[in-house]
Design a protein around this ligand. Structure first.
Ligand code: SAM
Ligand code: DTB
Ligand code: SF4
Length: 356
């Protein structure tokens, strides 16, 4: 879908948008299923990058101390506990700029992935930048999906991060696609971006070929000590609209209602499910931040008549469309080029630099 199509959808009367999203959802997914994913930070804090929303950046005084990579057996214990609690996807995150083949830490990560992948859950990792070689080795070790978010529009990205570029993010995504892993890629709302930035982000995701297997939509959890600690919250209807448009634009992707559920009411979350969200992080903790209690989530799903989705660890990545160029920028010609910012300016809706 193009930016204009996404824009038109987004601005429909809410009930029209919801009806269309629901139809698409029911045509592609069991109506009442939700995927339960457990997150574990296998290496916390001390990251050299300056992402202005992140508690794990070493550039800010956030109270998150830099830790070491967890031992394989400790991770396995957490993965078994996640499976026992009903989780079907285990996502491991590391606060690194990236990983390099041939290093001890990468070998340790491969050992962890080999272990976890034997448990019958989908295995997702998010380790920062990857080269082609690293991506292939992770795939071989048993990774189902690699999470690497574009986070916002290419135009707003430099306001949020200066230590790497939007293009760097796309390059890693390209390596993940080429290695045959599924791409898990989405973003955050609440970074001081405009609605148009959010739609531009979706436009870029629509250009991925193959399409992303899952699209996490995070709401900023303002972290004390980060430049975005005072950012204004996003209105729930804006979040619902974005999820509905994502559902229509990327019908086969799981749309994950990700960080920030503690800031939403149960009614707000319910609207997000109705709009097409069919995956959540499940368990009391995200990476460093809190998440609703597992029992509370199970109770909500039960009250809504929703059931956990079964795992598909052998899942093949979504097929590529042979009629379009392969890679993460099959559609949006402006991404990652010097004139991308000019395009945004022409739309005349940009009013923010960084939020604080
Ligand atoms: N270092 C890796 C990376 O940058 O891809 C993996 C970890 S990073 C924490 C994964 C994602 O978490 C980010 O891309 C962002 O979308 C999300 N995230 C991080 N901090 C957040 C916050 N305070 N609120 C909401 N989402 C956040
Ligand atoms: C994603 O999009 N959200 C998750 C996961 N991918 C790695 C991370 C959310 C982090 C929330 C803030 C924290 O826990 O520090
Ligand atoms: Fe590091 Fe990832 Fe946090 Fe950025 S989002 S500071 S790369 S851990």
């Amino acid at each position: 879908m193009t930016f204009d199509q996404l824009h038109q959808l987004y601005h429909l009367p809410l009930f029209d948008l919801l009806r269309r999203a629901r139809d698409v959802h029911e045509a592609h997914w069991p109506a009442d299923e939700v995927q339960l994913c457990t997150l574990l930070s296998i290496k916390t804090g001390g990251c050299s990058e300056d992402c202005s929303y992140c508690a794990q950046s070493a550039r800010y005084q956030t109270g998150v101390d830099a830790g070491r990579l967890m031992a394989c057996e400790a991770v396995m214990e957490r993965a078994r506990a996640a499976r026992a609690s009903g989780s079907t996807r285990f996502c491991m995150g590391a606060a690194w700029k990236g990983v390099r083949s041939g290093t001890r830490k990468f070998d340790e990560v491969l050992e962890i992935v080999r272990g976890v992948s034997k448990l019958g859950m989908e295995v997702c990792v998010t380790l920062g930048e990857l080269g082609a070689d690293e991506a292939h080795q992770l795939r071989e070790a048993g990774v189902t999906a690699y999470n690497h978010n574009i986070d916002t529009s290419p135009e707003h990205y430099p306001n949020i991060v200066s230590s790497h570029t939007f293009d760097d993010r796309l390059q890693t995504i390209r390596h993940v696609q080429q290695a045959g892993m599924s791409v898990c890629c989405g973003g955050i709302v609440g970074l001081g971006e405009t609605v148009d930035d959010r739609l531009r982000m979706l436009e870029v995701l629509c250009g991925f070929n193959p399409a992303p297997e899952s699209v996490p939509i995070n709401s900023l959890m303002p972290m004390p000590g980060t430049p975005l600690e005072g950012a204004a919250p996003v209105e729930v209807f804006d979040l619902v609209r974005l999820i509905a448009v994502a559902r229509i634009a990327l019908p086969k992707a799981k749309v994950r209602l990700s960080a920030g559920r503690t800031q939403l009411t149960e009614e707000g979350q319910t609207l997000c499910f109705f709009a097409g969200a069919n995956s959540i992080f499940y368990g009391d903790k995200l990476l460093t931040a809190s998440n609703p209690q597992a029992e509370q989530d199970l109770r909500l799903l039960q009250r809504l008549g929703m059931t956990p989705q079964r795992p598909d660890p052998a899942q093949a990545p979504p097929p590529a469309d042979p009629a379009r160029p392969l890679g993460p920028c099959g559609l949006a010609p402006a991404v990652a080029t010097a004139d991308a910012g000019a395009g945004a300016g022409e739309r005349g809706e940009r009013s923010v630099a960084a939020a604080s």
